[in-house]
Ligand binder design. Sequence first.
Ligand code: FES
Length: 367
Amino acid sequence: MTVAPPWALLAELTHGCPLRCAYCSNPVELISRSEELNTGQWVGVLRQAADLGVVQTHLSGGEPLLRRDLADIVAAADTAGLYTQLVTSGVGLHERRLAELKDAGLRCVQLSVQHADPITSELIAGARSFAAKERAAKLVRAAGLPLGLNVVLHRANIDALDDLIALGLAWGADRVELANTQFYGWALRNRASLLPTREQVEHARQAVARRRESLGRAMELVWVAADYLDGTAKPCMGGWGAVSLTVAPDGTVLPCPAAASLPGLDPPNAKDYQLAWIWRESHAFNAYRGEAWMQEPCRGCVLRTTDFGGCRCQAHALTGDAARTDPVCRHAPDHGLVRDLVAAPYAADTARAAAPVAAPAYREGGT
Ligand code: FES
């Protein structure tokens, strides 16, 4: 099979983070700071990625600003010809730091936002952070860089969409990504308390459609679907090993950020292998590439060329078998598992006093 080159690299520079969000999709076992790739190793990864065909990199984490060598890493990406986006909580972004990053070649910033109300925002983040985010947004706009806000939606903030969109406008964002929680890593542990109700999601979806129309071109709204509630599998990662690769803080190279949890994948490390070999030849990248791995009903489904069988990590998390049809799909033999999970918050709603939904547990290990 001819393997097309990837176009995006998610560079997880560190798992360290000043926030403690319960919806964090990073693994339950985080990679320690002492295991992180050093500057030279990241420079090598970025050069190899560009040689392989990657055109853009998202510098993420954790909080990438915790890396003192972030400007060197940005400069290496820029020199290699990569378009560079910083994905940040905003905590630690000061005027001089941003100027240094911009000089190094940073092209845009995506800022995480938890809520439009400062107190609720800090409750969700588990840390003082709202003022830092507001300041970061101002600095990014003043520096003339494009600004995106990313809001992970869950039970505790999905009803505040209008306020979140108003915040995006007030902070001068070019786009707001409204991303329903993806249940991997730490977030999976908190699924019962994070899952919104069907009514909440429907209401939010309608609010987005309404606001898109009224906003016109003033600000882009991106809606990342709530696949547990939609009955439709998402085209996860644009297909396994199809368009994107992830490098974890310790150099492990993965087809998606959650794939480290899949047993038997044996993902290679950029310290030991060239990225080109990893992308084209490694077992990890070929395990679910294309359609040969698919079972029924995916194998005979017309949607297989658009949803690529859904998400392998979700299939594994829900059934223990990464090759099964993603249970969020209404045609999946295991769809009943998801129906039951989605029904659970309703039960809690109607009998809240008797069976309250537990508060989600703050992320541990990242600070
Ligand atoms: Fe790994 Fe979807 S998150 S394949």
